[in-house]
Design a protein around this ligand. Structure first.
Ligand code: P1T
Length: 381
């Protein structure tokens, strides 16, 4: 089955054996009647499993060409579940430029539980090698990175991780499985904030993990059930519905993202535009190799690097909404230093380029002329 068909039918065979509904029914039930004690019809208690959630989990697994899918109550809950595979004393090598909330979870929760983190600029695979030792158990990659749009070579890191028997996990939130399939490139785990492009309509918080390995899946299902960070059936339905148009939305996100990146690059007030589609982007060749397109996320800094000017620009936008999050049909604008990446110390975040004038755009699927006019007005006034 091709990807565009999978968004609609992947993992959805016989979705409603009872009545043949074509959409996964919303089983808004916390528990299921048992035939006799301990014997049920496939579902016993909704923390362990719910048919609406199963439908979504199968759909996400199919999109990532993976065997097993798991849904969680948020993207961070999905990351939390992955890190529960580790033990005190284990070491993790993580991308240094990453979502601020992921950094907060690593530095503010897992560090205190005895996990040691090395935050590394992964632009070259060589830079990772010197941090590998016997205790290294996981490599955490975000690509494209949030918010600097750096590209990390998944296939090349997977060769290194396999050689050293280290798990490789990829946060695929920015790319989506439409543009990039990390398991195909050798990753062991692929994670999403389904809140973003998978849901696609900014109306739900959710996370997911997909794996191929049987024992890894078994342990993650155990963690999902034991820790209980599961999404509700209504939210699972919403993400299932969102996924059905993922391919169409992504095409427009990519088109609009490209037009905005090119417009910004020519603007006299703009210092630098971060978008992996530019031929002179430091890792453009890797982006071309591992992604089908360059996505709808664009970041840029302003000349003079003035915090005040960035604020005034953001306040003047009308169609772009000033808000955290990304990946919805509507265009959003954010100021990473004070919003999504505020939890990263200033010195650290500036090292990866998150300066005071940096603005991040989640380019939506509106008419491109309206979007460019909105930016033009915000620069002009
Ligand atoms: O918000 P949640 O569903 O828990 O997902 C966390 C998360 C994980 N990974 C990446 C790459 C993310 O971008 C996010 C959430 N990001 C935002 C809310 C944001 O505005 O960047």
């Amino acid at each position: 089955m091709k990807f565009d068909t999978k968004t609609i039918h992947g993992g959805q065979e016989d979705i409603d054996p009872a009545y043949g509904a074509v959409m996964p029914p919303i089983y808004q039930s916390s528990t299921f009647k048992q035939i006799s004690p301990g014997k049920d019809k496939g579902y016993a208690y909704a923390r362990s499993g719910n048919p609406t959630r199963t439908a979504l989990e199968k759909s996400i697994a199919s999109l990532e060409n993976g065997k097993y899918g798991l849904a969680f109550g948020s993207g961070l809950a999905a990351i939390d579940a992955i890190f529960r595979l580790l033990k005190p004393g284990d070491e993790v090598i993580s991308t240094s430029d990453l979502y601020g909330g992921s950094f907060r979870l690593f530095d503010g929760v897992f560090k205190d539980m005895g996990i040691r983190f090395h935050f590394v600029n992964m632009q070259t695979t060589k830079s990772i090698e010197k941090y590998i030792n016997d205790k290294t158990k996981l490599i955490w990659v975000e690509t494209p990175t949030n918010p600097m749009m750096s590209i990390i070579d998944i296939e090349s890191i997977s060769m290194l991780s396999k050689q050293h028997k280290i798990l490789l996990a990829v946060d695929n939130t920015f790319a989506t499985p439409y543009l990039q399939q990390p398991l195909e490139l050798g990753a062991d785990l692929v994670m999403h904030s389904a809140t973003k492009y998978l849901g696609g309509h900014s109306d739900v918080i959710m996370g997911s993990v997909v794996v191929n390995d049987d024992s890894l899946a078994e342990r993650l299902y155990f963690i999902q059930k034991a820790c209980g960070a599961v999404p509700g059936p209504m939210d699972c339905f919403l993400v299932s519905r969102g996924i059905k148009t993922l391919h169409l939305r992504m095409q427009r996100h990519c088109e609009n993202g490209k037009a905005i990146a090119q417009y910004l690059r020519k603007h006299p007030k703009v210092q630098q535009v971060y978008w992996p589609g530019f031929e002179d982007h430091p890792n453009h060749e890797i982006a071309k190799k591992q992604m089908k397109g360059f996505g709808g996320m664009v970041s840029f800094s302003m000349k003079g690097n003035s915090y005040e000017e960035a604020m005034s620009f953001l306040k003047k936008l009308c169609i772009f909404t000033l808000a955290e999050s990304l990946g919805g049909v509507e265009s959003l604008a954010g100021h990473p230093a004070s919003m999504t990446h505020g939890s990263i110390p200033k010195e650290e975040r500036e090292k990866s380029g998150v300066v005071d004038s940096l603005i991040r755009l989640s380019v939506g699927i509106e008419d491109i002329e309206d979007l460019i006019e909105d930016l033009q007005n915000a620069f002009r006034k």
